[in-house]
Every structure is written in structure tokens, then in C-alpha cells.
Design a protein around this ligand. Structure first.
Ligand SMILES: [Zn+2]
Length: 155
């Protein structure tokens, strides 16, 4: 069974690849924010199945460790992820546009910068999470002696 560190490392590695491919057409600062968000999403996604279903007994794999969950999340991410990402990018751009309009007042300028940053981090997170999740299920399938269940293995 892969260790927690291996899940995190490989989940974040896959998330960097997905985030980098997704943000390749963005300006460097925004691409860096998206990739950072994707890495965070990869961390959370790589940990998620074992947090929901901790390995504290045999047959701990429930729905979160199933083929159905992995395929379902992947389909949702592929179909809706780019559209969601673009929505967060647009919201981030609005925050940054508002920020440039209020340079002489610190608090609104600062808050708009935070808002734009959070929107771009989230744009990356929503693509990194399913990448980390998929890497977790893939590693469990490859490194464990039994196959991950179609729906649920709990008894
Ligand atoms: Zn697991």
C-alpha cells in the first residue's frame, strides 16, 4: 500500500503537469498563481480518499476508493473543469481591473488584489484536485495486492 507521502508527492506532481498545461497561455504571474492553486488541489485530492476512508482496518475501501468515484470525478472535471476555470479567471480579472482603478486607496487596492489572487488560485485548484484524486486511486490500484472496487468494498 502506498504511503501517505508517496500519494502527496505523486498527486502534486500530476497536478503541476495539469496546472502547467492548463495555464500555458496565461501571463507568467497568473500562470504561477494557477499552478500554485493546482498544486494545492493536487495535495487535497491526493489525501482525500484516505481522509474520508482511513486505512484503519482491512477492506477500508468504500465509495471514495472506487472506480465509480474516480471515473465520475474525472468525467465531471473534463466536462466542466475548463468552463469553471475560465469563470474564476474572469472573476480574477475583474478584481485586478478594480484594483488598478483604486491605486490611491490602500484598503480597496489590497482587498481587490487578494480577491484576484484567490480567484486564480481557485481556478488552478479545481483542476488540481481531480488530478490528485486520480493519482491516489491509480497508485492504490498499481501498488496494492487487490483491485479497487467498482463501487464499494466495505463489509
Ligand atoms: Zn487510499
Amino acid at each position: 500500500m502506498p504511503r501517505k507521502e508517496e500519494h502527496i508527492y505523486k498527486g502534486m506532481l500530476l497536478a503541476v503537469a495539469v496546472g502547467g498545461a492548463s495555464a500555458h497561455d496565461q501571463p507568467p504571474t497568473k500562470a504561477a498563481l494557477e499552478i500554485a492553486g493546482s498544486i494545492a488541489g493536487g495535495y487535497v485530492g491526493a489525501r482525500f480518499p484516505d481522509v474520508v476512508e482511513p486505512a484503519n482496518r482491512p477492506n477500508h475501501w468504500g465509495f471514495a476508493h472506487s472506480i465509480a468515484a474516480g471515473v465520475g470525478l474525472s468525467v465531471v472535471a473534463i466536462r466542466n473543469g475548463p468552463q469553471l476555470r475560465d469563470g474564476f479567471r474572469a472573476a480574477g480579472d475583474e478584481f485586478f481591473a478594480m484594483q488598478s482603478e483604486c491605486r490611491e486607496r490602500f484598503l480597496p487596492w489590497f482587498l481587490c488584489g487578494i480577491g484576484g489572487t484567490l480567484m486564480y488560485l481557485t481556478a488552478g485548484f479545481i483542476l488540481g484536485f481531480p488530478a490528485g484524486y486520480a493519482s491516489h486511486l491509480g497508485l492504490d490500484q498499481l501498488k496494492c495486492t487487490s483491485d479497487i472496487p467498482l463501487l464499494n468494498r466495505r463489509v
